[in-house]
Design a protein. Structure first.
Lengths: 285, 753
């Protein structure tokens, strides 16, 4: 592991540094995944641009429209933010099961998204919450719908040099309930073998008006089970429908076998997680 | 009737002598140790499971910045080594026979420079056919891992044939007759996976040559003297020319019994003419350490209508990996675990170890315990279920009791097994075995030995009236040396803190078999106690002379000898002896007495009789998530016959830690290997249990004293890792009806199995 570290003072400064470097550079914030990859020789970078001291990208802001999470917000910041936790329990549930305390104190939401691991917990939760990703590149700023961000494992639609500045979440409508569940081989310090984030918004008469089902580690990217979502939307959710939606979600996955688990197990378990996640949301509604 | 004798120091929950340094961080471990001018070594390892080395070119690496020495098999004449068969090479010569086998080493100014230079070494390999499955390896048509096996030097007890590198048999009665008379006969096959010892501190060594044929090595081995003699053998110099010192060790659990980095550090230091430190990375630990052998266990048991065992036939096939290591020992001792602590009128039990092109394995805590115990104790529950019997009752009908003859012909004494079963069952609430849906309880019992082997102890009375105890073992975190010091303090009428412990220097401390085999406190305390008695006699003689009285008239109290109102303190005795008497020292050695067994029942057995056997029962109450297959342990109880608790606090700690380690092997830990390549060689994917995975371990100490043990103590360290896989498997079966016969018991196996 041998690299030059460039400290960026602002997002614009980071872009400036990036423009001056030859290919092979990387942005680094918490570095919880990148440093390990560099150390193991899986990835090689001669230059790292350190974003961690950019003041404008820190913290969580709350206004009448919702929340703005700076890209440098740590998993621990999310876990401990009361307003955010009350609005979106799924996000807190995801943030508090990323690695161990040391990882959560350092790892950032921007990194979790830009790293684009299909097993990233916070990314999966944000996918269920329709987050908007504020990005800045040489062509200026734009907002990307989170579902349009992920391409495949470690690939996003961010342009070369474009960085994530913030993540926006709208204030949930009154009867919104969310849940995040994951399975792994142990009960802590675990990378998800499968994860599921569910967010359901209910209208009058307990009709489900909006459903989001986001799934982790069952495809090349964090994915939405959109056909399963459509089964729920406009319906009054009962046990039978939950089972049908879960089976549909399972059908929308294309899990792989790897040393962590087989495709068959992932496939079976994703159905169970979705069933449980929807039940949790319905249970509190 | 007299009241039981009260002791002042033994049996007390006193703080460890090395406790403060370890809690504050002041303690020095081997990985903290540095020398001026020290270089850093790194190892280039084989990417192939079996290949001929066509060419090695180190010329580019030698020119890299900071590189001071490069060593290959060709550049230094180093002898082969191995505990039972000389089948290890320090650096590969003509062939590599496992992935991760060292091919070259580099010493450089920094670890980073050494690592970079490794990439500049060019090695050309020609791949050869390899074998990874023990059953395939036993086939006559399989490629030989060591085509030259017949020319490899081996211990006489080793019986080899091609890839089979050892065979041990225990035979009693006539199993065929037993099966014919059986009401039912059960046949099952169980399998286990390799696991890592899980020590926190990676293996590390700093070596310095002090003359052309003399070296000192600072390392974290558990066995000073075995390391010394093995290094002497490799480098072809007298053992006394190699000084092995263990500054401190961050856990061992058997994974540091055999050479770790010592030989690489020595070879590189010799080439560089500078001290060299080599430490394995966590990736190397998880891909190239000595793992617990995976095993296949075939078990056939015949019982009568009441569930009494009439015949047992079994075979444990141990995957030794590409070098035999402790595989032969593990397979051999495994036969005793196959038997289990049961009365067996007829038995035919075989243990074999087999070469494959997998990474060589080692001896992890209770090396042959968990694998055959998982098989035997799982099968006991399967038999109970089939016969409609309570698994506890089935065990009570078969267990060894006081005076029974075990499978090896040994007469059993101090047998606390029934009490362990009763107490564990009561504690876990056995009456309610299925307390709710998807929740169940299971138990497993087992036995183990207190290994023999010599210990020596030197004692000297210090000027201030305290005592220094010098022993050749390593305190590896068990508190064994605090326990031994408690025994000495009791004997001497001193406080525990009056005992100064010096240990783990092969030059200055007496020979010791080492920190292994549940024997450390047992043997060191016995030797030291003997030495203390001798020292005390010498002190008494001096005291009597000084006070002008008979030795018999002296009373020892408050670190002084008294004759009526006159006294002489230990400090005064020491001062007097030092100035006018040449000082006061004593020494003693100890080896546990041999235990009688029936030699006609065993063939090529490494430990045919079990000194001071211990008995243990684990019971657990767990839940299985019906949707996800995940296991949650609600409660976990360990009842162990420890003979006597010299220091209950550290004894409980050992039993808790061992149980947690065993739960890891039961539920989550496995080195996943495909075609000789480890697939989860990092701590993200090798899953040792966290605090969230294990509840508080409830420990019950049962005490049936061993005649040989200090104050009746038995060996305690290894046993708690033996029973968890079977106890958990039995509880999972009780909870959800799924019987998992291949460790680990993952959620995936429960859900899809």
């Amino acid at each position: 592991m041998d690299f030059r570290l460039h400290s960026a003072k602002s997002a614009d400064h980071a872009l400036e540094i990036a423009a001056s470097l030859k290919d092979g550079w990387r942005y680094v914030a918490g570095g919880t995944d990148l440093v390990i990859q560099l150390r193991r020789g899986v990835r090689k970078s001669d230059d790292l641009i350190d974003l961690s001291s950019i003041a404008s990208m820190q913290g969580i802001k709350e206004d009448g429209n919702g929340f703005e999470l700076g890209a440098l917000c740590t998993h621990k910041d999310i876990e401990l933010h009361e307003g955010l936790s009350a609005a979106y329990p799924a996000l807190r549930a995801a943030a508090r099961v990323v690695g161990g305390h040391q990882i959560r104190n350092v790892g950032t939401v921007g990194g979790n998204l830009a790293n684009a691991s299909p097993a990233a917990d916070v990314a999966v939760a944000l996918l269920a919450l329709d987050a908007l990703i504020g990005a800045k590149g040489s062509n200026g700023s734009r907002e990307i719908k989170i579902d349009d961000l992920f391409v495949s494992s470690s690939k996003t639609t961010l342009a070369p040099g474009e960085l994530i500045e913030h993540v926006r979440l709208a204030t949930p409508v009154v009867k919104t309930h969310s849940a995040f569940l994951k399975v792994g081989r142990r009960k802590a310090m675990e990378i998800s073998v499968v994860s599921a984030a569910i967010c359901l918004a209910f209208g009058a008469n307990d009709i489900c008006e909006k459903a989001r089902i986001a799934l982790g580690a069952v495809g090349p990217r964090p994915l939405r089970a959109k056909a399963a979502e459509r089964l729920l939307e406009g319906a009054e959710i009962d046990a039978g429908l939950i089972a049908r939606a879960a089976a549909q979600a399972r059908a929308e996955c294309s899990p792989r076998s790897d040393p962590r688990a087989s495709a068959a197990y992932r496939s079976k378990v994703v159905e169970g997680l979705v069933m449980r996640g929807i039940s949790q949301c319905v249970g509190v509604s | 009737m007299s009241a039981p004798k009260e002791f002042e120091v033994v049996g007390k929950r006193l703080n460890r002598l090395d406790g403060e340094g370890k809690v504050t961080g002041a303690a020095v471990y081997a990985s903290d140790f540095t020398l001026p001018g020290m270089l850093h070594g790194k190892i280039l390892r084989s990417p192939h499971a079996h290949a001929r080395i066509v060419r090695i070119d180190t010329s580019a690496a030698r020119k890299m910045p900071g590189v001071r020495a490069v060593v290959t098999g060709a550049s230094q004449k180093l002898n082969r080594f191995g505990n039972f068969i000389k089948d290890f090479e320090v650096f590969a010569n003509e062939r590599v026979y496992h992935v991760g086998q060292p091919v070259a080493g580099i010493a450089a100014d920094s670890e980073y420079a050494a690592e970079q230079a490794l990439r500049a070494i060019e090695v050309e390999y020609a791949e050869l056919p390899a074998v990874f499955d023990v059953m395939e390896a036993l086939d006559k048509a399989a490629p030989l891992v060591h085509p030259d096996w017949q020319s490899l030097k081996a211990a006489p007890i080793i019986v080899r044939e091609g890839n089979r590198c050892s065979r041990t048999v225990i035979k009693v009665g006539d199993v065929e007759e037993g099966f014919r008379n059986s009401y039912r006969v059960y046949e099952h096959v169980f399998r286990t996976s390799p696991v890592h010892a899980g020590y926190t501190e990676p293996r590390v060594a700093v070596a310095q040559w002090t003359a052309s044929d003399q070296a000192t090595v600072w390392c974290n081995t558990q066995l000073l003297f075995d390391t010394q003699s093995t290094l002497a053998e490799i480098f072809g110099i007298p053992p006394s020319h190699i000084r092995v010192i263990v500054p401190g060790i961050g856990g061992g659990f058997g994974g540091k019994l055999r050479l770790g980095m010592e030989h690489y550090a020595m070879a590189l230091a010799r080439a560089a003419k500078r001290p060299v430190r080599v430490m394995s990375s966590s990736e190397e630990e998880l891909t190239a350490a000595l793992f617990r052998q995976p095993a296949t266990i075939e078990l056939k048991t015949g019982v009568d209508r009441d569930g009494r065992i009439l015949a047992k036939e079994g075979r444990i096939v141990v995957d030794a990996g590409a070098c035999s290591g402790s595989g032969p020992l593990v397979a051999s001792t495994g036969t005793m675990i196959l038997a289990g602590p049961y009365r067996l009128p007829n038995a035919n039990l075989e243990g074999i170890s087999v070469y494959t092109n997998n990474h060589p394995n080692g001896s992890i805590r209770a090396p042959s315990g968990p694998m055959p115990n998982f098989a035997t104790e799982s099968q006991m529950d399967m038999i109970a279920e089939d016969l409609g019997l309570d698994p506890l009752e089935l065990r009570l009908r078969n267990i060894l009791r006081e005076g029974d003859i075990a499978v090896n012909g040994q007469k059993m004494t101090a047998v606390g097994l029934e009490e362990c079963l009763d107490k564990a069952a009561t504690a876990i609430g056995w009456d309610l075995r299925k307390p709710g849906p998807n929740r169940g309880k299971g138990l497993a019992c087992g036995w183990w030995m207190t290994s023999r082997g010599s210990s020596g102890s030197y004692l000297k009375l210090m000027q201030d009236g305290t005592l220094t105890m010098m022993v050749g073992v390593v305190e590896m975190g068990t508190g064994a040396l605090t326990g031994a010091a408690q025994v000495v303090a009791e004997e001497m009428g001193m406080k525990l803190t009056d005992i100064n412990v010096v240990s783990a220097d092969s030059l200055t401390t007496p020979y010791d078999f080492g920190s292994q085999g549940s024997r450390t406190m047992f043997a060191v305390a016995n030797a030291s106690r003997e030495a203390a008695r001798d020292l005390l006699e010498k002190m008494r003689t001096r005291a009597a002379k000084a006070l002008g009285t008979d030795e018999q008239a002296l009373v020892m109290r408050d670190k002084a000898f008294w004759s009526d109102e006159k006294k002489i303190t230990f400090a005064e005795i020491a001062a007097q002896a030092n100035t006018a008497g040449g000082g006061l020292i004593a020494e003693a050695t100890y080896i546990a007495p041999a235990v009688e067994h029936d030699a006609s029942r065993v063939q090529n057995h490494f430990s045919p009789a079990w000194p001071s056997p211990s008995f243990h029962v684990h019971a657990t109450d767990l839940s299985v998530d019906e949707v996800l297959g995940e296991v949650t342990i609600n409660r976990y109880v360990v009842a162990q016959d420890v003979g006597y608790a010299i220091n209950p606090t550290y004894l409980e700690g050992q039993l808790e830690g061992g149980a947690v380690q065993g739960v890891g092997q039961a539920l989550s830990e496995e080195i996943i290997i495909a075609n000789g390549h480890v697939k989860n060689g990092n701590l993200t994917d090798y899953k040792m249990p966290t605090a969230m995975d294990v509840p508080k371990i409830e420990v019950i100490l049962v005490t049936h004293p061993s005649v040989a043990g200090p104050y009746g103590a038995k060996g305690v360290g290894e046993p708690p890792t033996i029973q968890p896989p079977a106890a958990v498997a039995n509880a999972v079966a009780a909870a959800c009806g799924k019987r998992i016969m291949h460790l680990p018991i993952t959620a995936e196996k429960i859900l899809l199995g």
